[in-house]
Design a protein around this ligand. Structure first.
Ligand code: ADP
Length: 620
């Protein structure tokens, strides 16, 4: 706003002169007129006085000449008077240029002597003529001896009045200039202070808040103006600092929110230049901030060297900009991670397009889970089809040709059918347990139980199967193991899963060792099953307890659902505060097992997320 007002100022100039300038010019004009009139009046009155004085001088001169004439001609004969008056008059005329002529007359007004005869040119200059009678005093008797007429040219008066007029004009012109100078100086002092103020305002408008004006040696009014300005400047500076602080705070807040989002965020301006990238995006894209900031996003290469964003950005740009439009989404692959990217345009409050934002979500887990799920379905179908086929063929044979077989063969047939039903039953139980145990609020009743009994029971159950594959199962139990609080059914099934896997994945004729012992710290009872099967790679060991996860390769060709070990983990960790573990070496065998606390803590019924599914762990 301030800037706009300042910008408008030059327009105001066009309207005409400032009031202050107009006032100064008017004052100057008035003082000029006044000085001129005063000068005229002074010149006029000086002229008048000079005239009067000159006339007085002429009177005095004529009277003096009259007295002198009487003195000079006294007691002279008539003829000699002319010469005496002439001599006297010539000397007077020569003594003063201003005297144009002198004429002496007798009492009958007959000219005795006239200087006009001798100096006719000088006589022509006469402008003032004065006459005085020549009086002869003889005791108390006075007689008229004639008169004197003096003509004066007025040169002295002209000179004097010209000089005085000149001096006056000079004085008044000087006075005029002095006034002009004072006005100029005064206004320049005022405008200098105003200029300083103007400079200050310019500084403020250019953002230099806190600029101070020096109010030393300035008028009181200006001083007040300056201190008001300084006050305003200081307040603006403080306000500015506060605003900057709060803006910085807001910016930092936004930045830290963006930085800590557990999805990648890449912000590009409307020239496709990357202007911001958060930590998670850097990690997902496997790029350093300096390598991506201020570069074109289209130039980014994935791990295969492809410009993975290039065509997607082109597609995004071809799509008409619509604020409410759904973001364009696509997936890219970087170092075996599947990244889902969403591009959405960014608009300011005033709806102008300023660029776009790319949200990057790591969907590797979901992607894998999808694959695991579809594998699970095909595995379950396969697992069901096999026993159903076996059952159908055995039942069919028994139904059609049962009488042809002896009792033992029939028993054998029924035994096989029973095994298949047990297998099917176990699988169905697994699936049921899976959905039951995953439920958040399920609570398993526990009783104190000797774990060795459960182990021996399970080993007895698989005895026939083990024998079929010529497998030796040995149990090593530590004497005097304490009874522990467990849910017998779920622990039996968990142990059975581990034991069945050992049988399932062991080649015929191998040995399986079952151990039950106290842990080293004495807090747990540890149960483990060691086999001499194909073993599991380290990478797979980390994931065998994940739901639906199956190791599928040449050595692990046996079908399954991928649920068994996950159920063991949920049973042990979620429902018994224990831990599962696996130690294995490819080609040598595996040891699967679990630890159960002898004195478990009071149970907290809270939401359970298996450790391996926590984001932090999955990151690690
Ligand atoms: P499945 O029904 O496939 O056996 P599990 O969850 O019980 O599902 O096992 C997960 C994967 O762990 C299996 O696919 C298998 O490859 C591997 N596995 C489990 N136990 C053993 C073992 N004792 N030896 C070798 N591999 C095993």
């Amino acid at each position: 706003m301030a800037g706009e007002e300042l910008k408008e100022k030059p327009k105001a100039k066009k309207k005409g002169m400032a009031a202050q300038t107009r006032l100064i010019i008017a004052g100057l004009f008035a003082s000029t007129v006044f000085i001129f009139l005063a000068a005229c009046f002074a010149t006029y009155s000086i002229g008048e006085n000079m005239n009067k004085a000159y006339k007085n001088f002429a009177q005095v001169l004529s009277k003096t000449l009259a007295i002198e004439g009487v003195e000079v001609t006294k007691e002279l004969p008539e003829l000699a008077k002319y010469d005496a008056l002439r001599t006297n008059s010539v000397s007077v005329l020569k003594s003063n240029d201003d005297i144009a002529f002198i004429i002496f007359k007798d009492p009958k007004s007959k000219i005795i002597y006239s200087s006009k005869d001798d100096y006719p040119d000088q006589a022509e200059k006469a402008r003032i003529t004065v006459s005085s009678p020549m009086i002869v005093k003889n005791g108390s008797l006075t007689t008229n001896a004639g008169s004197v007429t003096v003509g004066l040219s007025g040169n002295i008066m002209d000179k004097v009045s010209a000089t005085s007029r000149g001096s006056l004009v000079f004085v008044f012109v000087l006075a005029w200039f002095v006034i002009l100078g004072i006005i100029y100086m005064n206004s320049s002092i005022i405008t200098r202070e105003l200029r300083k103020l103007h400079q200050g305002v310019k500084k403020i408008s250019s953002g230099e808040f806190g600029y101070m004006l020096d109010d030393k040696d300035v008028d009181k009014e200006i001083k007040e103006l300056y201190s008001a300005f300084n006050d305003m400047s200081e307040k603006l500076s403080r306000y500015n600092e506060q605003t900057i602080e709060s803006l910085t705070f807001e910016r930092n807040k936004l930045e830290s929110v963006l930085m800590s989002i557990v999805n990648g965020v890449v912000v590009c301006d409307n020239h496709d230049k990357v202007i911001m990238v958060n930590n998670y995006a850097k990690r997902l894209l496997e790029v350093e901030e300096d390598d991506i900031l201020n570069t074109q996003i289209q130039d980014f290469c994935d791990s295969t060297g492809e410009f993975c964003f290039s065509d997607k950005i082109a597609k995004f740009k071809d799509t008409p900009l619509d604020e409410d439009g759904s973001p364009i989404n696509f997936t890219i692959e970087i170092d075996q991670r599947i990244l889902k990217c969403l591009i959405s345009p960014m608009f300011t409050r005033s709806n102008s397009y300023v660029g776009y934002i790319i949200i990057i979500i790591d969907v590797t887990k979901e992607h894998e889970m999808d694959q695991l799920r579809s594998n699970f379905i095909s595995n379950v179908s396969h697992e069901l089809r096999t026993p159903v086929t076996v059952l159908r063929s055995y039942i069919d044979t028994l139904y059609n040709f049962g009488n042809d077989f002896d009792f033992n063969t029939q028993r054998e047939f029924i035994g096989v059918m029973n095994q298949e039903i047990i297998r099917m039953n176990r699988m169905v139980n697994d699936i049921l347990d899976f959905s039951r145990y995953e439920a958040q609020n399920i609570h398993l009743e526990k009783t104190k139980q000797d774990i060795v009994e459960i182990i021996e029971d399970a080993v007895n159950q698989v005895h026939v199967l083990a024998k079929e594959h010529d497998l030796t199962i040995s149990i090593m139990k530590e004497p005097d193991l304490p009874e522990i609080p467990i849910n017998v059914d779920s622990i039996s099934r968990a142990f059975m899963n581990i034991l069945s896997n050992a049988i399932k994945y062991s080649p015929d004729g191998k040995r399986i060792k079952v151990r039950a012992e106290r842990s080293r710290d004495g807090e747990y009872v540890e149960v483990s099953v060691e086999d001499q099967g194909p073993g599991i790679s380290e990478k797979d060991q980390k994931r065998v307890f994940d739901r639906f996860y199956r190791v599928e390769n040449a050595t692990h060709s046996v079908k399954g659902t991928g649920l068994g070990l996950h159920l063991v983990k949920v049973t042990i960790e979620k429902h018994h505060q224990g831990q599962v573990f696996v130690n294995s070496k490819e080609g040598e065998g595996s040891t699967f097992g679990f630890r159960l606390p002898i004195h478990p803590k009071e149970e907290e019924r809270e939401e359970y997320i298996p450790k391996h599914q926590l984001p932090a762990e999955s990151e690690a």
